[in-house]
Design a protein around this ligand. Sequence first.
Ligand SMILES: *Cc1c(COP(=O)(O)O)cnc(C)c1O
Length: 368
Amino acid sequence: MKINVTRSSMPPFDEFVEEVKELWETHWLTNMGEKHQQLQQELQEFLKVKNVSLYTNGHLALEAIWEALDFPKGSEVITTPFTFVSTTHAIVRNGLVPVFCDINDKDYTIDVSKIENLITEKTVAICPVHVYGNICNTDEIERIAKKHNLIVVYDAAHAFGVSVNGKSVSNFGDFSMFSFHATKVFNTIEGGAICFNEDKYITVFNDLKNFGIHGPESTEYIGGNAKMNEFQAAMGICNLRHVYDEISKRRFVVERYRNRLSNKKGIILCEPQVGVNSNYAYFPVVFDGYKKTRDEIYELLKNENIYSRKYFFPLVNEMECYANSNLVVHGNTPIAKRISDCVLTLPLYADLPLETVDMICNIIIDCK
Ligand SMILES: *Cc1c(COP(=O)(O)O)cnc(C)c1O
């Protein structure tokens, strides 16, 4: 049997059928219908945030934030290359310039001590990533942003349901983007959301995801189309009922991995962050000075039909579209490079049997 790095969470079939039944009565399939309204409301409560705007996917939600901010073309955004390409693409596709800052080697989020050196007169924002669900140093980022008058946009795609000292992660910075892609802890098949406090953006985001149309006879913005449809919203409503259960099952898997793989020479695990209620989104393992390299472990697992992922490899700044490009400012990112060359994320999902976790750990530990 093939073991993939993840497996999408799905509600019981009958529960979903029950949820979408009404759609055959209303014939209302998209354009901010009742399911959309309901999911938005429930997420505002779940994420303890004032405003949620739903999108058809996380990437277009991220792009909508940059569209709404409407900074002059060529303005700079400080971010990290240790992320999924979406973070960088969203910045570049909106005419802005990503400036790559290194990550720290503890939780792989942006190294806050290196941000201020990268600020120029063109800098308008910081776009940190809560990578693997690890939370950035939000206090320090807030301090820097205030001091230099910068906007903070968090890529929180990995951080659904995480809280820090009781505070929901969706409340940090000016905006947070969540992804509800099938592979994420909470999914709406595809989907995403923007969380924000300032009410003036409610209509902006509503309009931007619907061609910029403000009313039947009024089009204010040159918007795209990024609406979440009723089937996606229905999937979200069902999955949200089970998300705590899913997260607690993931926790057992992570604890098993941690028990088996900690204190092994050459194997580095991310330590749990103090005060953080994790969502157990990913289990990254760094092989540094281990008897086998990351690539060798990847192959060993693959030979046993176990598909881990080199996540994130290659680094975004080394991808063909950016490597020799002046669309980005490369900066000096040696830690991101080292982690990217050594990291492997192991299979992790709610129903992954602990025996399989043991099997994976045995392959890693017993290799010659
Ligand atoms: C998944 C992901 C995105 C994009 O989300 P989609 O919903 O797939 O468009 C953006 N950033 C990061 C870090 C992600 O993991």
